[in-house]
Design a protein around this ligand. Structure first.
Ligand code: CTP
Length: 144
């Protein structure tokens, strides 16, 4: 029984997210998402998420890949990117996680968890991101 955990904001759920979740589900028996709460999502410098925590959670649970969503947040310990090292370690231990998987834009950033579980980075799907969707939508609104 392999228990996998991935972290993220998963705002405006898109095919890049779905392809990552599908690949993690294939590597594991149970996939848990540590979903950034609204405060943590806003602290990453991109403004507040479009969908609030409950809606982002609901959409993830409607995918066929995700078994459980847990809230990820806490006192912010920003070192460039907001890392919440202690909180991530606590989740990995409490949830008895075997494997943490992230897209490779995070390569190296989760290596501190190697002490507690296996850490894998998967290739990010090119050409799509929440920021890109937001940028393109606001450009098309500006044109009308
Ligand atoms: N991800 C991916 N492929 C993409 C976009 C995201 O594999 N095209 C992965 C990220 O690497 C991360 C997870 O999905 O492991 C959640 O990413 P998140 O930051 O919530 O989504 P992004 O679309 O990257 O959002 P943003 O544009 O705000 O960075």
């Amino acid at each position: 029984m392999i228990r996998a955990l991935t972290f993220g904001m998963f705002d405006l759920l898109h095919y890049g997210h779905l392809r990552l979740l599908e690949r993690i589900a294939r590597l594991s028996d149970r996939l848990i998402v540590g979903l950034a709460d609204d405060e943590l999502a806003a602290a990453n410098g991109k403004g507040p998420p479009f969908y609030d925590f409950d809606l982002r959670r609901e959409m993830l649970m409607h995918t066929r890949h995700v078994d459980e969503v847990v809230r990820h947040g806490g006192p912010i310990d920003g070192h460039g990117r907001v890392r919440l090292v202690g909180e991530k370690i606590r989740l990995v231990r409490d949830l008895r996680i075997d494997l943490v998987v992230m897209g490779d834009d995070w390569r190296g950033e989760y290596d501190f968890l190697n002490e507690y579980c296996r850490v894998v980075y998967l290739t990010r799907t090119p050409g799509i991101s929440t920021s890109e969707i937001r940028r393109r939508l606001s450009e098309s609104c500006d044109r009308t």
